[in-house]
Design a protein around this ligand. Structure first.
Ligand code: ADP
Length: 753
């Protein structure tokens, strides 16, 4: 008995033998020839060295004329019959050839034994149509090994005729020698194919070959003894082999089913996930059906994806094989065993089609002749798997298209400057765009899944407008409302609703939201401005008109003093009007950009103390207290503009404080600048308004109520003038305590102009 390592019959080695065929180059051929020569030489030694030697054992009772052909046939059958054994995941193929060989050697004379063993092998090779080189190599190896075996048996045991210890020892020794010769010859060839030193191969295979040699000896001797003494029991010798074969088949079938189920399970996962489905299909289905080759060709592709049993995990792209190109149009499974390319014995081809779409063709083929491969049931299963692949591919196509469309839509939504939100029938937020998050100050993550009414802070009376301006009769509607952001800022929004209803119920409302805050503020600013300007113009105009009327009607009768007072008042109010118009013109000239200084200022050195004193005096109020050094303080400024700024700051101090309080003006110095502080004990300015008071038209007081007159332009112009003179104005204030406005200027040279 032997396993394949001792012959080119085991799967690994039959692969090697295939490689022998394909790679038949000089070194291999040389070794085959050497083995054949070795076999011939040793056979000659046997024939010439043991002339007239009888058989080791005698007494079977069959004439030699029948025994030789009978044992030759037996040897041939033993070579063909293979018992498969599983260990772990591997399969060993046990040949009974060596058992027959021992029987031949024990029952026949050396020459006849050689004829029976070599003849049986040659017949078996012919019957199995083994490739010539492979057959030659096997015959050469076995002739050499068998010759060694015969020589050793006859030298050690002689021909005692019955089983003796010598016979036993001879057979054991001879079998070991046989195994070694066999292994050495094989290692020569494998060494060339695998580019490995032959001794390494001998070392790795020696142990298994040794075990097998023991088995061979035991079986061979037992069979021979039974043949000699109880030939009727001989058929029972086949029982273990039969039992092993059936057990193997059952185990193999079960293992195959298990591995197929595993593969199909993996395939179903891969198809469900719709990722790289074709590759998974070709790899897993090949494995599930034990094909040597699997190829998938897609209709829209010029390359085929194929995977071979030799490299099961790495499918390769390559040109579409010619014999498969013709099969690209089949519309049902095709089972081929004729006209196949060299090396292929059977091929099953199935279309990849399903759900009305055809994607391509898949082919599975084997090199071996195996009638059990691909039963009708298997072919139907394969066809179903191919159509499952088609369905998955269709699904993947749809998914790709959907993902593509969704990402385009997503990009539109994300890049839109308008906010977009989607609300479901229950008023819950389903989508909240990036722009909307910016407008409302609420992140998409905080809004998603919550009722829109809770997400947006709108006045109670606007809630209905936010939620339900739409109806079945009017699915599109536009509403406007004010929303308070989490940071407290208010935004005016326009909501364009576009709703989808079932018969009566709201399914979805897509709302495009525009931020109107700027326009709204501009509108408010305009109306505030008109209100302010008309009020400011009317205030000085009323006394002017009144006094002009008085002068016209009773001027003649008025005392010169009263007339002069009336004229002074008219002049004063007209001056106020003129300053107002001047301010308006100036404000319209200065842009909103703080760096755009279109104000013209002259720069020279002036005594700041003198300018402060004059500004205070011009205002003519007894409430102003000026506290200044007695010496001149030189500042770099425009005298006119500085007077204008100081008048505004001191005037505001008087205007926004109670009558009985004072406005103090003082001077401070630091390394680089001079600071004029105008301190009042008035109403103060809220902290959040401190910066805003310098904005154009901004008034802390609501202009619509207007308890104090003013345009909201004074500080705006004053700060621009200060900055134009390389200075600035700053403010500190405490509500109900007072404010301090500070004009800072740079030092002037010690030379007055
Ligand atoms: P106007 O005084 O004409 O309104 P300003 O630009 O001079 O315009 O001032 C802008 C706003 O700043 C004023 O309306 C007022 O509300 C506030 N303000 C200015 N000065 C003071 C101050 N000394 N005390 C309190 N509030 C002030």
């Amino acid at each position: 008995m032997s396993t394949a390592p001792s012959r080119a019959g085991r799967p690994g080695l039959s692969r090697a033998a295939g490689a022998v065929r394909s790679q038949l180059g000089d070194p291999i051929l040389r070794r085959v020839v050497a083995v054949v020569l070795l076999g011939s030489g040793l056979a000659t030694v046997v024939i010439l060295g043991f002339p007239g030697h009888g058989s080791v054992l005698r007494g079977i009772g069959v004439p030699t004329a029948l025994l030789l052909p009978g044992l030759t046939v037996l040897t041939c059958l033993a070579e063909i019959a293979v018992v498969r054994l599983r260990h772990g995941e591997a399969v060993e193929e046990l040949s009974l050839y060596e058992v027959a060989l021992i029987i031949d050697v024990l029952l026949l004379s050396p020459r006849d034994a050689l004829i029976a063993t070599v003849g049986g092998l040659v017949f078996a090779s012919g019957l199995q149509r083994r490739p010539v080189v492979k057959a030659l190599f096997n015959v050469g190896t076995y002739t050499a090994a068998t010759s060694v075996l015969i020589i050793i048996v006859h030298l050690v045991a002689g021909t005692p005729g019955v089983m003796t210890l010598h016979v036993l020892a001879g057979v054991v020794l001879a079998t070991i020698a046989f195994t070694m010769v066999n292994l050495c010859c094989l290692a020569q060839i494998l060494g060339v194919i695998n580019s490995q030193p032959p001794w390494l191969i001998v070392r790795s295979e020696a142990r298994l070959s040794g075990y097998m040699a023991v088995g061979t000896v035991a079986t061979g001797l037992t069979t021979t003894e039974i043949a000699l003494h109880a030939p009727l029991l001989l058929p029972f010798m086949a029982m273990p082999a039969l039992a092993v074969t059936y057990a193997y088949r059952a185990a193999a079938r079960e293992a195959e089913e298990r591995s197929r189920s595993g593969c199909l399970l993996q395939l179903s996962h891969a198809l469900a996930e719709r990722e790289d489905v074709v590759r998974h299909f070709v790899v897993l289905v090949r494995e599930a059906f034990g094909a040597d080759l699997a190829v998938v060709m897609l209709d829209n592709d010029d390359v085929a994806l194929s995977v071979e049993a030799a490299a099961p995990g790495s499918p390769r792209h390559g040109p579409i094989p010619r014999h498969l190109a013709e099969l690209r149009r089949i519309d049902g499974p095709v089972d081929l065993s004729e006209d196949l390319p060299a090396g292929l014995r059977r091929m099953v081809v199935v279309p990849i089609q399903g759900g009305g779409r055809r994607f391509g063709t898949a082919a599975f083929a084997v090199h071996r002749r195996d009638r059990g491969w691909m039963t009708t049931g298997d072919i139907s299963l394969l066809a179903s798997l191919a159509s499952a692949l088609a369905v998955a591919m269709r699904g993947a196509e749809h998914l790709d298209r959907l993902v593509d469309e969704t990402s385009k839509l997503q990009a539109v939504v994300e890049q839109s400057a308008e906010g977009i939100m989607v609300i479901d029938g229950d008023g819950l937020v389903q989508m909240w765009s990036r722009a909307l998050a910016e407008i409302t100050g609420i992140d998409a993550a905080d809004a998603a899944g919550r009722p829109v009414i809770d997400v947006l802070d709108v006045p109670v009376e606007d809630e209905q407008m936010l939620l339900m301006p739409v109806s079945v009769a009017q699915p599109k509607a536009v509403s406007e409302l004010t929303v308070r952001r989490p940071d407290g800022e208010q935004r005016r929004l326009r909501l364009a609703h576009s709703a989808i209803f079932t018969l009566t119920a709201l399914v979805r409302d897509v709302v495009v939201i525009s931020d109107l805050t700027r326009e709204y503020r501009t509108d408010r600013l305009k109306s505030d401005f008109i209100a302010m300007v008309s009020h400011e113009l009317r205030t000085p105009l009323t006394p002017i008109i009144g006094y002009v009327d008085l002068l016209r009607k009773r001027g003649e009768r008025m005392t010169p003093q009263k007339r002069l007072d009336a004229l002074n008042l008219i002049g004063d109010r007209a001056g106020h009007l003129s300053r107002l118009v001047e301010d308006l013109l100036l404000a319209s000239r200065i842009g909103d950009n703080p760096d755009d200084i279109s104000l013209r200022v002259s720069s020279a050195t002036h005594d700041l103390c003198a300018l402060i004193t004059q500004a205070a005096r011009d205002l003519g109020s007894a409430r102003v207290r000026v506290d200044l050094p007695s010496v001149p303080v030189f500042a770099h400024c425009d005298a006119e503009r500085t007077l204008q700024v100081l008048a505004n700051l001191i005037g505001n101090g008087l205007k926004y404080s109670a009558e009985e309080t004072e406005v103090r003006v003082g001077l401070r110095f630091d390394v680089t600048r001079l600071h004029v502080d105008v301190r009042d004990q008035g109403y103060g300015i809220p902290t959040d308004q401190l910066d805003k008071v310098f904005e154009k038209f901004h008034r802390v007081e609501d202009p619509m109520t207007m308890s104090t007159s003013g345009t909201g332009l004074g500080l705006f112009i004053a700060r621009r003038l200060a900055r134009a003179m390389d200075g600035d104005i700053s403010v500190t204030s405490t509500l109900n305590t007072g404010s301090t406005f500070t004009l800072s200027l740079t030092y002037g040279e010690h030379r007055l102009e």
